[in-house]
Ligand binder design. Structure first.
Ligand code: SAH
Length: 258
């Protein structure tokens, strides 16, 4: 699947394409990434990509025209990809906050996408109105550019590609995955068995597979009930909680009661 990124800072991407497990998704060609700098489509000796905002005020605004030309070049270059026009995503605090379900949908979407990274105060609204299909936010805070949001989305998509993580399906045990009913992950421990006076929970050393799985499920339920109760409500509404799960949750609720 192919992603094209429009960014004034393409050099920010390289380290993330070359390191860690995500690298495998690019090396194997499962994800093809092309970086496009709107400055290459800007005019004049200074190749201007921004200007002062109409109406005054601080900062600069990205010009619509270099972005539109850059996008047209991407469209021409992509002509054959999956036979369908790729959607244009803009990273912006306006967008819906990125969650697992959306990442999973993108990870399985053969069209890929064209990702637009804003800078400065943002980009001319007329480009957004004319070309952007969807806006995506990383959270309720402001970044200095969309690149970190683009990298976050690409990293999350890369680790869901088959074979990218060492253990096939290991991402299915991760937080928010439908395979664990959308719950948070359980705590993890490794050697030594005792560290700083703290022992690894005995269940994990028992060698008894069913006990270990039950312990992990109980931990997931307990942590999720404490930290993200809305995820418990969603799992319950989806019919994903068994009687044994509800018994664990009732104990958590009792322990939390004043
Ligand atoms: N004036 C804008 C912020 C501009 S920050 C506002 O107040 O909403 C510059 C660029 O960083 C934005 O165009 C956007 O692409 C990116 N950005 C900033 N915060 C972001 C967030 N929470 N999620 C995704 N992208 C963000």
């Amino acid at each position: 699947m192919r992603f094209d990124v429009i960014t004034l800072f393409p050099e920010l991407f390289a380290p993330f394409l070359e390191a860690g497990v995500a690298r495998r998704a690019y090396a194997s060609g499962q994800i093809e990434l092309k970086l496009w700098n709107p400055r290459d489509w800007a005019e004049g000796n200074y190749r201007r990509v921004d200007d002062r905002p109409f109406g005054g005020g601080p900062g600069m605004v990205m010009l619509a025209e270099p972005l539109a030309r850059c996008l047209a070049a991407i469209r021409a270059d992509r002509a054959d990809v999956a036979g369908q026009a790729a959607p244009v995503l803009l990273f912006s605090p306006i967008g819906e906050v990125l969650r697992h379900a959306a990442v999973e949908a993108w990870a399985g979407d053969a069209r890929g996408a064209i990702l637009v990274c804003g800078r400065y105060e943002g980009i001319d609204q007329r480009f957004i109105d004319a070309h952007v299909d969807q806006q995506v936010s990383l959270g309720d805070f402001v970044l200095s550019g969309g690149e970190i949001a683009a990298l976050a989305l690409l990293d999350a998509i890369a680790r869901l590609q088959p074979g990218v993580l060492h253990d096939a399906g290991s991402h299915q045990a991760d937080s928010f995955n439908p395979a664990v009913d959308g719950l948070l992950d359980c705590p993890h421990y490794t050697r030594p068995e005792e560290w700083g006076g703290q022992r690894v929970p005995a269940e994990l050393l028992s060698g008894h597979h069913a006990h270990i799985e039950r312990w992990r499920r109980d931990q997931r339920l307990t942590l999720t009930a404490r930290h993200r109760p809305e995820l418990i409500a969603a799992a319950r509404a989806a019919g994903r909680l068994a009687a044994q799960d509800e018994a664990v949750l009732a104990r958590v609720a009792d322990a939390q009661a004043p």
